[in-house]
Design a protein around this ligand. Structure first.
Ligand code: HEM
Length: 260
């Protein structure tokens, strides 16, 4: 299973590198040495990006970015620079790669989300009531975890292609908060009631803590999928001013004087 996963990830990376090549003469940003780096691999671009800051710890770098405007604005500066990098630009402007990666994000959703929902329905005692929970977990969890890993890798690449817009997207932020809560829920479930699964695995209606974990998981993953879908809509984008003050506050958006 692991070797098959590693082989498919390696093939995916090869296809990704074939589809994406930094556009020659890509818009260079303040890193200065970009043109030289344009045709080199993403990793060398990252090395150059970090090398330009190698003497400064990340925390200090972010504070420098935003001066006295706080971590939010420094992250805006940081992701703005990331978005100017040739590989981010290359991915965003590529003919096939972005769509290919987004397709993987959506295809893997079928695997990950589908299996997660089935397990949650068993925890709620609403489906597969005669299947032992421990057996179901043993069969579904490896595929669910594989799906999750691919979702995170493809999602990170989608973010990397449009980092500033995604960072300032209210839907993306809601999604990331719910992802953290879903992760916390999984942690509490596996370190809590699931430790005694052998005592309730055959129960058609699992104990309350397991049902609560299943219900929370179901609500959070549905919320993550919906907010993920909404990221594409630019209703609250920073460049579509005027926006309600609360939206500008929650998305670190500082509209300039001209209303944009
Ligand atoms: C494993 C949990 C995840 C789930 C279930 C999930 C789900 C989704 C869904 C359903 C979409 C909409 C796809 C579409 O219809 O176009 C989406 C889009 C997106 N996701 Fe995720 N995602 C996950 C993880 C991530 C992560 C970890 C990131 C980044 C760090 C991410 C970044 C994005 C971005 C940037 C988009 C917008 C793509 C676009 O509209 O162009 N996702 N996600």
């Amino acid at each position: 299973m692991r070797s098959r996963l590693l082989i498919s990830l390696a093939v995916l990376m090869l296809v990704f590198c074939y589809f994406v090549k930094a556009p020659s003469g890509a818009s260079v940003n303040s890193l200065g040495s970009q043109t030289r780096l344009a045709s080199e691999s993403p990793s060398s671009e990252w090395i150059a990006f970090l090398a330009s800051r190698k003497t400064v710890p990340l925390g200090t770098m972010l504070l420098e970015e935003g001066g006295n405007q706080g971590i939010g604005q420094s992250l805006v500066g940081f992701f703005g620079r990331m978005g100017d990098s040739p590989w981010s630009t290359g991915l965003h402007e590529s003919r096939y790669a972005y769509d290919f990666i987004e397709s993987i994000h959506v295809w893997t959703l079928c695997l990950f989300f589908g299996l997660a929902v089935m397990f949650d329905l068993r925890l709620l005692g609403w489906a597969m009531r005669d299947v032992p929970v421990a057996e179901l977990a043993g069969r579904l969890l490896p595929w669910t975890i594989a799906g999750f890993v691919i979702m995170v890798i493809s999602g990170s690449l989608l973010f990397y292609a449009i980092p500033l817009r995604s960072f300032q997207s209210i839907f993306f932020r809601v999604k990331m908060i719910m992802l953290l809560l879903a992760g916390l829920n999984v942690l509490i479930f596996h370190s809590g009631v699931y430790q005694q699964v052998e005592t309730w695995s055959l129960d058609a209606k699992p104990p309350r803590a397991a049902r609560v974990a299943g219900a929370l998981s179901l609500v959070l993953w549905i919320g993550i999928v919906l907010s993920g879908r909404m990221i594409a809509y630019n209703w609250f984008d920073c460049d579509r001013q005027p926006q309600p003050a609360i939206i500008n506050f929650l998305t670190n958006c500082v509209p300039n004087g001209s209303g944009n």
